[in-house]
Design a protein around this ligand. Structure first.
Ligand SMILES: Cc1cc2nc3c(=O)[nH]c(=O)nc-3n(C[C@H](O)[C@H](O)[C@H](O)COP(=O)(O)OP(=O)(O)OC[C@H]3O[C@@H](n4cnc5c(N)ncnc54)[C@H](O)[C@@H]3O)c2cc1C
Length: 445
């Protein structure tokens, strides 16, 4: 049996296991064949009942805010995952439709359904929908956090410091390797499935926004592991000193892979802790404390994507300064097409549109400037989320809502009051240039 910490396992209904042809794993958030507790749990359960495992993936053309860029990248990763799963003797089926409906369409032959955990509103609603309608037991296994969100803290943490104190004593218990278990009954299932060998063909079935094109960055678990390996070898030891400098490439670039669940945060943290040395502690602070602060935020804050999700002091101070004169007001179209009078901001926005990525420090600057150029901070929040989620490959993530929210005071402390920002931490072009000079578009390629 694989050792999966009981705190990762959540029963979503009280139905029993039934007689079935397979244990169904509805894959949604953890799109990987390795270090995936939901998959290993399904294998254990199937072995116990002498059944094969069938993995299903419901491909919805209506995933919130997703466009061709996101779909193309996700499908490339899923192509590899399907192959890796099948090489383990596990069936893999992908069908077009509403994800929980796809799982339900395979539920009548399932002894039990296992799924992974997603933290956003629609992901939670999908799981609840399935649990209410499935004729069998539905079990959710949490694999995309080092410390399970409810085990870490029972409410929204006001700051990283608060969550860090909770996480630190728990990390050794949850930072453990997860070994694959061989399925004892191989899947010989003939369930109809989309053919993933031709991604272009699958994409042609989707009516999605095609205005944001795919980007040239390899997707999938293999690429994620390769990136991690290079990061450990060449960058980790410089990470603590140089990660904030946008002119250096010292960050891992793993966020898109984490967003699509192509690599486990536990695997990354395990490898980083194993290598150790300078940089490891700083990196683990970002990967575990900061990332799981975002998970904590969306899990416990129903209005995580709205003004009401910001701390009260930030709402009050920003509101009090909402009528302060702005140096310029730009329309959403001007912002989207990088037509401001700030070359640094324009470079950041253009890079985001073109490459789907943005360095963390520049991203903070990018988000903060929106406050200065929009008529109301509510508009800054709205346009920040819109641009981030539309263009960033790692967008539409708990980190997206926390990152944009942070620019407006979330998880931060009050600073001395000044125009427009009020007590929210400011960032100015002068401050940026003093630290890093003028960043050009080219430097961000
Ligand atoms: C305005 C704004 C918007 C953001 N939007 C997103 C987003 O859509 N998706 C996203 O994943 N991150 C977002 N972030 C957080 C951060 O910018 C990215 O996680 C980070 O830049 C990803 O690059 P990396 O993988 O090279 O990070 P690394 O520095 O290599 O860090 C490793 C991992 O730690 C986590 N991490 C690092 N920095 C942060 C942080 N500040 N907060 C939370 N987790 C962090 C990420 O999972 C990251 O992949 C946003 C930040 C801001 C200020």
């Amino acid at each position: 049996m694989t050792r999966i910490e009981p705190e990762r396992i959540h029963r979503l209904n009280d139905r029993p296991l039934t007689r079935g042809r397979y244990v169904l794993y509805w894959m949604q958030a953890s799109q990987r064949a390795f270090w995936n507790p939901a998959l290993e749990f399904a294998v254990d359960l199937a072995n116990e009942h002498k059944l094969p495992v069938l993995v299903c993936f419901g491909l919805t053309p209506n995933y919130p805010e997703a466009n061709l860029r996101h779909y193309a990248w996700m499908l490339e990763g899923l192509q590899q995952t399907a192959q890796a799963v099948q090489e383990r003797g596990i069936g893999f089926v992908m069908r077009l439709g509403n994800p929980p409906e796809i799982a339900l369409s395979l539920a009548h032959n399932a002894a039990a359904i296992v799924t992974d955990r997603g933290y956003l509103r629609h992901q939670r609603a999908w799981r609840q929908y399935l649990a209410e309608r499935a004729p069998c037991s539905v079990i959710e296994v949490e694999g995309d956090a080092v410390v399970p969100v409810e085990r870490a803290y029972s409410r929204a943490a006001v700051s990283a410091a608060v969550l860090r104190r909770r996480l630190q004593p728990l990390i050794p218990r949850f930072l453990q390797p997860l070994y694959e278990q061989a399925p004892q009954t191989r899947a010989v299932l003939d369930e109809p499935s989309l053919d993933l060998s031709d991604i272009g063909e699958v994409l042609s079935l989707l009516t999605v926004d095609r205005s944001v094109g795919p980007i040239d960055l390899p997707s999938g678990t293999r690429a994620a592991r390769e990136r991690l390996r290079r990061f450990l070898e060449k960058k980790l030891s410089f990470y603590a000193d140089l990660r904030s400098d946008p002119r250096q490439e010292m960050a891992s670039g793993l966020s898109p892979y984490l967003h699509f669940g192509q690599i486990s945060p536990v695997e990354i943290a395990w490898e980083v802790a194993r290598v150790g040395g300078p940089g490891a502690e700083t990196f683990l602070e970002e990967l575990i404390v900061r990332r799981e602060l975002a998970t904590n935020f969306v899990w416990y804050t129903p209005s995580y994507d709205r003004w009401e999700g910001l701390p009260r002091w930030a709402q009050e101070t920003l509101q009090a300064h909402a009528t302060d004169p702005r140096p310029a007001l730009y329309s959403p179209e001007e912002l989207e097409s990088a037509r401001t009078d700030d070359p640094i901001w324009n470079a950041a926005q253009s890079a985001l549109v073109r490459t789907g990525r943005l360095h963390n420090y520049l991203r903070m600057y990018w988000g903060k400037r929106l406050l200065v150029w929009t008529a109301h901070p509510k508009e800054a929040l709205r346009i920040g989320l819109y641009l981030n989620n539309k263009y960033a490959l790692d967008g539409r993530d708990p980190n997206s809502y926390t990152g944009v929210g942070w620019c407006l005071g979330l998880h931060d402390r009050p600073f001395p009051e000044r125009p427009i920002f009020g007590k929210v931490r400011p960032m100015t072009p002068e401050g940026f240039k003093k630290k890093y000079g003028t960043i050009t578009d080219r430097a961000l390629l």
